[in-house]
Design a protein around this ligand. Structure first.
Ligand SMILES: Cc1ncc(COP(=O)(O)O)c(C=O)c1O
Length: 479
């Protein structure tokens, strides 16, 4: 076991290592090139029987681990959605590990509960969420949404399924779209609805839910004796960052008494900018809302911010008070009753550090800068003869594809764009991701990394150009 002195020594050394790593992160290829099994082969089959020195462990960390990391904090990480971070956040995380508490109940660490209440209230106000809504930090948006689905399930059955199971409630329905994140279907399955009870409402030409189609489907389901339980509206879908029309959807949900959960996992960070809060029009009629500070708010994974209008339904769904969890005060928040897990990490600390160190204006500026960076790429694409914008660009996300002058089939175009993407990713300078929408393969660019600078965007533009030329040459297509 480490001594106090060794802890200090290696603690300092590891902070230095992190600072050096982040300073030199661009020396690594952004996406790991490790072959499957390569690390497993180098590590012993058994745990050491006798403890090893931190010197040996740290040396092995440096020798074996970084090569198999995809460097999410590399400025060229523009794939998926980011999981960005900041020095303030890392230090908050370190202290949370250092004090080593479990934030399950007020009694198990009053500071953790009250700090979580405070930062959630700060974020509620800063993000333009309705007065009176209460927040809790969950690990992921998937868990936040599962929490919403379970609460909706209980509220719409008068808490009957919790008490008696599904016997009398076979026809509960969840509504979303084909562009909703897959965690919604996963949540609906886990909550016992069944995947065939997840109704995918048609979308318009921006890939947003058609409110008229939602209402038509709800009416048909009601007539068929089914029970519409929850609608999930997405503000910023994963594939193309489409925004479902919240106000219209909320009005419909209100009319039929259906729970409305709003998934703004990625885009929600931008609502700290008042000019983007219009996306939240209608939120007062919704029931729950999630955004991930661990995606675009400089707070390292995990930190999912879940807000509810009526926390009593949430608590009614999840609370249980076994004799071994004695409470000394009644009128305090018990976050163990706000979701599935009993044990909870002290996530509020890193978020508190970030909110204080950046300040709201610092966060606004950083997010605004990312949106301006996406505009640089957008201007390049819009004036280019062959690069095309695929879906309406929003915030700091762009979906693009290369369409050469020669006529190609959809399949040929998809192959070309997929080769372009691989070519870009093989440079090691950038990591972009692709997806398929309407059977068309598209390349996504997300400008959300903490360490991204304007210079990287100019390099990316050259890389896009070069990759398109090289892929066309490779496939013998005239560029
Ligand atoms: C819109 C949306 N919802 C939910 C999720 C799931 O997030 P998490 O990984 O926090 O569960 C994602 C992930 O990218 C997302 O884009």
């Amino acid at each position: 076991m480490l001594s106090q002195d060794e802890f200090r020594q290696y603690g300092h050394a590891m902070i230095d290592w992190i600072a050096d790593y982040l300073e030199k992160i661009e020396d690594f290829p952004v996406k790991s090139t490790m072959e499957p099994g390569a690390l497993r082969q180098q590590l012993p089959q058994e745990a050491p029987f006798t403890g090893e020195s931190m010197d040996v462990i740290f040396t092995d960390f440096k020798k074996y681990i970084p090569e198999g990391l995809t460097h999410w904090q590399h400025p060229g990480f523009m794939a998926l959605f980011p999981s960005n971070s900041s020095f303030a956040s890392v230090l908050g995380e370190l202290l949370a590990a250092g004090v080593g508490i479990n934030a399950m109940m007020w009694d198990t660490s009053p500071s953790a509960t009250e700090l979580e209440e405070t930062v959630m209230e700060w974020l509620r106000k800063a993000s333009g969420l309705p007065e009176g809504w209460k927040g809790v930090i969950q690990d992921t948006a998937s868990a936040s949404t599962l929490t919403a689905i379970l609460t909706a399930r209980e509220k719409c059955t008068q808490f009957n399924i919790n008490a008696h199971g599904f016997a009398e409630h076979a026809d509960l329905l969840v509504y979303c779209t084909a562009h909703t994140h897959y965690s919604i279907e996963k949540g609906a399955k886990a909550a016992g609805f069944g995947a065939d009870h997840v109704i995918k409402i048609p979308t318009d030409n921006t890939y947003a839910m058609r409110a008229d189609a939602l209402e038509e489907r709800i009416q048909a389901d009601l007539q068929a004796g089914k029970k519409p339980c929850i609608v999930i509206a997405t503000l910023g879908t994963t594939g193309t960052l489409a925004f479902d029309p919240l106000k219209d959807i909320a009005t419909i949900c209100n009319r039929y008494g259906i729970w409305l959960h709003v998934d703004a996992a990625y885009a929600g960070s931008a609502f700290i900018l008042p000019e983007y809060q219009h996306y939240l029009d209608g939120i007062t009629l919704a029931d729950s809302y999630v955004f991930n500070a661990h995606k675009w708010m400089f707070t390292n994974f995990d930190c999912s911010c879940y807000f509810v209008k009526d926390n009593s339904a949430l608590i009614h769904t999840f609370s249980a008070n076994p004799a071994y969890l004695k409470r000394t005060h009644e009128a305090v928040t018990q976050y163990k009753d706000w979701g599935l897990p009993l044990g909870r990490r002290f996530r509020a600390l890193k978020l508190w550090f970030v909110l204080r160190n950046y300040g709201i204006s610092g966060l606004q500026q950083a997010i605004k800068t990312h949106i301006q960076y996406a505009d640089i790429i957008k201007s390049f694409i819009q004036t280019h003869a062959h690069w095309k914008i695929f879906a309406p660009p929003a915030l700091n996300v762009l979906c693009i594809r290369y369409v050469p002058a020669v006529s190609l089939t959809t399949e040929e175009l998809n192959t070309l764009n997929s080769v372009i993407l691989n070519t870009i990713n093989q440079t090691g300078k950038f990591y972009l991701s692709g997806t398929t929408v309407d059977e068309q393969f598209i390349i996504r660019i997300v400008c959300g990394g903490t360490w991204l600078t304007e210079q990287h965007l100019h390099t990316l533009i050259h890389t896009l150009e070069d990759a398109a030329q090289s892929a066309c040459a490779q496939l013998a297509i005239s560029a």
